[in-house]
Design a protein around this ligand. Structure first.
Ligand code: PGA
Length: 253
């Protein structure tokens, strides 16, 4: 086994003004003061990162951004670089979330460039993969994941995977209230670990955390976390309320 520390990550998406984000972060810090067996990460919107970092900085809660640009700097109006994110207090960054792929034209190629930009900036990439409903219905789940992993991780070296996290998020389960069944999730996580073993080596496969995302709630987290290849969760809607998110963090398997 790779002694993988479980991780529960909250993706706040485009929710919360600065005051709302600070209040949520303060509540979360006090709720989670006694938690030590799970790594907690939150990804607020860019505007709140620096403020939230002052609150979470002295605690064990890690900060992540929801996106980054692949260039270091330049005339790219509206974009944010890895160094900017790092300097705002982030140590993680989500890359290739399905909403970025679906609404903002991200591809496996841009995911790949962003992974290198994150690593260059000292950020740990949380690389999101997953099939949509029509792909699952057509039994293309594994081939879609093969392609996303192959192109997304092109050129990445085994030791660079040391800081990376994979998030399996079936698109049909995001924000829909439909969760993959524990069997469906475990099957895919096991498959992703096999891809990591083939693409890198057994050590990388054993050490890399693979999170599940898609309608994770307090009442389904325990079943998911009990599965051998699920190392945590990437939580959207249910991470916005700190009390609900804390129930997910403090689940019992
Ligand atoms: P959800 O979102 O928990 O609201 O389904 C998950 C995600 O998009 O990361």
């Amino acid at each position: 086994m790779g002694n993988r520390v479980p991780m529960i990550a909250g993706n706040w998406k485009m929710f919360k003004t600065c005051p709302e984000a600070l209040e949520t972060a303060r509540t979360l810090v006090s709720l989670t003061a006694g938690v030590s067996d799970v790594e907690i990460m939150i990804a607020p919107p860019f505007t709140a990162l620096s403020g939230v970092s002052e609150i979470t900085g002295p605690t064990g809660i890690q900060l992540g951004a929801q996106n980054l640009h692949w260039e270091k700097e330049g005339a790219y109006t509206g974009e944010v670089s890895g160094a900017m994110i790092y300097s705002a207090g982030c140590r993680y960054v989500l890359i290739g979330h399905s909403e970025r792929r679906q609404f903002f034209g991200e591809t496996d190629e841009t995911v790949n460039r962003k992974i290198f930009a994150a690593l260059d900036a000292g950020l740990k990439p949380v690389i999101c993969v997953g099939e949509d409903e029509s792909e699952r219905d057509a039994e293309k789940t594994f081939s879609v994941l093969d392609k996303q992993m192959e192109k997304g991780l092109k050129g990445v070296l085994p030791d660079q995977m040391g800081s990376a996290v994979i998030a399996y998020e079936p698109v049909w389960a995001i924000g829909t209230g439909k969760t993959a069944t524990p069997e469906q999730a475990q099957e895919v996580h096991e498959y992703l670990r096999k891809i990591l073993a083939a693409r890198f080596d057994d050590n990388v496969a054993a050490k890399t955390r693979i999170l599940y995302g898609g309608s994770v709630k307090p009442d389904n987290i325990s079943l998911l976390m009990a599965l051998p290849d699920i190392d945590g969760a990437l939580v959207g809607g249910a991470s916005l309320d700190p009390e609900t998110f804390f129930k997910i963090i403090s689940h019992k398997t």
